[in-house]
Write a protein that binds this ligand. Structure first.
Ligand code: F6P
Length: 362
């Protein structure tokens, strides 16, 4: 029998289970293949005892509608930069990729399907370069991978954010308030931008366009002076004022600063600058990452899963599945991880948002 291994890495995302189910269903049509799953990304391979399970029909039945991942995940398990806690409580990062490669070679998998974002696909590339038959499946609610037009999970996150935004509009209007809603988006403001357009925000703040607090105040004052006594702002967690940095703090064992709190910082800045209205803040957080994927995301995730297994059948390793120009295809992992997908401030999306009267605070 030939053996494929699937794992999910990085932050979870609605649609991961639909990918696992699709890979299993396609693999089942090949009598000489079986599918295994590593628990918590590559930690399942590295840990003693190993945590690798056989994927069965019972395990995947009906999981395409569920959020999260039945294989669990972690964003603190990068084998290229693995966090190790020392006896004094400090954490150091070690390259464990050689140990991982040795273990994977001993396990003799014929294909390894790594479902994950930018960081996970860099791991796929590093392992492929060391001789492991890797295939990548892109995953990010942030839509920050440039090799694919879209990833599953993004649309679900935008829908959750838009539903929440709509609720905040009615309460902003009743109280004549300024409502700030913080959404995810570490380096790219896609969720904020789509939510602002879908929800009809007055102001949208994204990492790619640093804001000027005076411009935001002007916009708020205009709204109130025209008798529209409320304002709804969407801000991406990675947004920041001109000349300042993102708001957040380091977390033990994590390679990244944990972003959180720009909504409160902006609120304080507005109050300090003499904002005429009362301001309230909402941080949406992980609600955007949980729950049932939209039908669109289930479809995309299922297409990605089937394609990933077909790449394995064809022996096309070192590739990441993509969705470009309405076609499911693949690109070399090197291309997949080369560029980050930032919002282009000269793009039609941003121009259209401005055309709708949305201010970016610039
Ligand atoms: O990368 C996806 C993302 O949702 C970012 O937008 C956010 O900064 C991060 O994950 C939060 O991750 P965690 O689960 O570690 O809080």
């Amino acid at each position: 029998m030939k053996k494929a291994l699937i794992l999910t890495g990085g932050g979870d995302c609605p649609g991961l289970n639909a990918v696992i189910r699709a890979v299993y269903k396609r693999a089942k049509q090949e009598p000489d293949w079986e599918l295994y799953g590593s628990i918590e990304a590559f930690n399942g391979v590295l840990s003693e005892p190993r945590q690798i399970i056989k994927i069965t029909s019972e395990l995947v039945a009906g999981i395409h509608v569920k959020g999260g991942t039945i294989l669990k995940t972690t964003n603190k398990g990068n084998p290229l930069n693995f966090p190790v806690e020392k006896p004094d409580g400090t954490v150091v990062f070690e390259d464990r990729s050689d140990a991982l490669v040795e273990k994977l070679k001993a396990l003799k998998f014929d294909a390894i399907i790594n479902v994950g974002g930018d960081g996970s696909q860099r791991i796929s590339k590093a392992l492929f370069d060391k001789g492991i038959p890797m295939i990548g499946v892109p995953k990010t609610i942030d839509n920050d991978l440039s090799a694919t037009d879209v990833t599953f999970g993004f649309q679900t996150a935008v829908q959750v954010a838009t539903d929440s935004f709509d609720k905040l509009v009615t309460t902003a209007e009743s109280h004549h308030r300024v409502m700030i809603m913080e959404v995810m988006g570490r380096d790219a403001g896609w969720i904020a931008l789509h939510t602002a357009i879908a929800g009809g925000a007055e102001i949208c703040l994204i990492p790619e366009i640093p804001y000027d607090i005076k411009k935001i105040l002007e916009r708020i004052s205009q709204r109130y002076s025209r008798g529209k006594g409320f304002v709804n702002i969407v801000v991406a967690e990675g947004a920041h004022a001109i000349g300042s940095t993102t708001v957040g703090e380091g977390e033990k064992g994590s390679e990244h600063k944990r972003l959180r709190g720009i909504a409160y910082q902006l609120s304080d800045e507005l109050k300090a600058a003499g904002c005429v209205a009362e301001v309230r803040e909402t941080i949406l957080g992980h609600i955007q990452r949980g729950g049932t994927p939209t039908a669109y995301d289930r479809v995309l995730a299922s297409l990605f899963g089937v394609k990933a297994f077909e790449l394995a059948l064809e022996g096309k390793f070192g590739q990441m599945v993509t969705f470009r120009n309405n076609q499911i295809s693949s690109v070399p992992l090197e291309e997949a991880t080369r560029e980050y997908n930032y919002v282009d401030k000269n793009s039609y999306l941003v121009k259209a948002a401005r055309g709708l009267g949305i201010s970016f605070g610039d």
